[in-house]
Design a protein around this ligand. Structure first.
Ligand SMILES: NC(=O)c1ccc[n+]([C@@H]2O[C@H](COP(=O)([O-])OP(=O)(O)OC[C@H]3O[C@@H](n4cnc5c(N)ncnc54)[C@H](O)[C@@H]3O)[C@@H](O)[C@H]2O)c1
Length: 305
């Protein structure tokens, strides 16, 4: 399946970076949003993402472009793949997938960037559910080179293959998974978050100490060696010996942490309110954003070297 044109539907946090990645890799990307303001913001976000891709020396191919459309039929015209990135609502996604089918031929792939809604449920709204697939990019999409590919119950295996081929074309790593709530990336992240917050809730470590520990302990290590390879490095017998007394002591709470609940109740939602787990001045926020963007680029280049 030759994919040369992609329509990205929804240009909020995720769409612009996705468009920049595709455009640089030689795909004609068209960005559409129902909101004129969002589309306008995307016009300035795409060049920023392109600047980051340039710093990363990301794979580049001729023939690519990024275009903006304010009408859905024009955005979908001639698309080989549709990449949906509208808000996380099953009803909205089902509705918009039904709309896509009115404008594209049956062989066009319809992908969803859902963070964990069932692909099968989205596909059930379609006349051709076999061409529906989950393609879950990680945020920021122009920096994190891994995409989860999730077939629904009716997805044609050739659609999964074509999605993976496209992802490899722009130099990212596809990971094919079975459909499960939250998919793999968020399940692992939320398992880590639950334990981290339980340790902070119980006063075992303060938030600064927790971040230092995780960044320089498992964080640094896991960016070089994945958990399965780490088992081999440590020894499966060692994991068994520790896991047999430690697993039972880990948090299994299905409640959201009291630290989170208390801060939310106090209006502390994070950087966007100037305070969350930590406090931020506007200058701190600018400095941290710039520092983190530079580190993401440097670390990815080091890991790819
Ligand atoms: N933000 C993240 O960190 C992240 C990471 C991975 C996946 N996702 C997933 O990607 C999807 C998009 O997330 P986001 O954070 O970019 O959302 P967002 O709210 O920032 O942007 C969504 C955009 O979709 C537009 N939109 C709403 N209805 C529309 C319609 N009918 N047609 C076209 N555009 C429409 C909105 O105007 C908005 O600009 C969600 O499913 C989300 O779960 C988000």
């Amino acid at each position: 399946m030759n994919i040369s044109r992609a329509a990205i539907i929804g240009t909020g946090t995720m769409g612009p970076g996705m468009g920049a990645v595709l455009g640089r890799a030689g795909i004609e990307a068209v960005l559409y949003d129902v909101s004129a303001d969002a589309l306008d913001r995307a016009r300035s976000m795409v060049p920023m993402a392109e600047g980051v891709l340039e710093k990363l020396d990301a794979p580049q191919a001729d023939g690519g472009s990024v275009r903006f459309e304010s009408e859905l039929p024009a955005a979908l015209e001639g698309a080989d793949i549709v990449m949906e990135a509208v808000p996380e609502s099953l009803e909205l996604k089902r509705e918009i997938f039904r709309e896509f089918e009115k404008h594209v031929s049956p062989e066009v792939i319809l992908s969803s960037n859902t963070s964990g809604l069932p692909i099968t449920k989205i596909a059930e709204a379609c006349e051709h559910p076999e061409r529906v697939v989950g393609m879950h990019w990680s945020n920021p999409p122009h920096l994190i080179p891994m995409i989860e590919v999730i077939p629904g119950e009716s997805t044609d295996p050739t659609v999964v293959e074509a999605s993976c081929d496209l992802i490899r074309l722009f130099g990212y790593h596809p990971v094919v998974e079975k459909e499960i709530p939250g998919f793999v990336e968020n399940r692992v992240l939320y398992a880590i978050m639950r334990e981290c917050l339980a340790l902070v809730d119980e006063g075992i470590v303060d938030p600064e100490g927790l971040d230092l520990n995780v960044r320089w302990g498992i964080g640094y290590k896991l960016s070089v060696i994945g958990p399965m390879a780490l088992l081999d490095m440590a020894g499966l017998d060692i994991y068994k010996a520790v896991g047999s007394y430690l697993n039972g002591a880990l948090s299994t709470s299905s409640e959201v942490s009291s630290t989170i609940e208390e801060r939310i109740a106090a209006g502390k939602l994070g950087m966007k309110t100037g305070s969350g787990m930590f406090d931020y001045t506007p200058e701190d926020i600018d400095r941290l954003r710039a520092e983190r963007a530079a580190k993401f680029v440097a670390v990815r280049k080091a890991l790819e070297a």
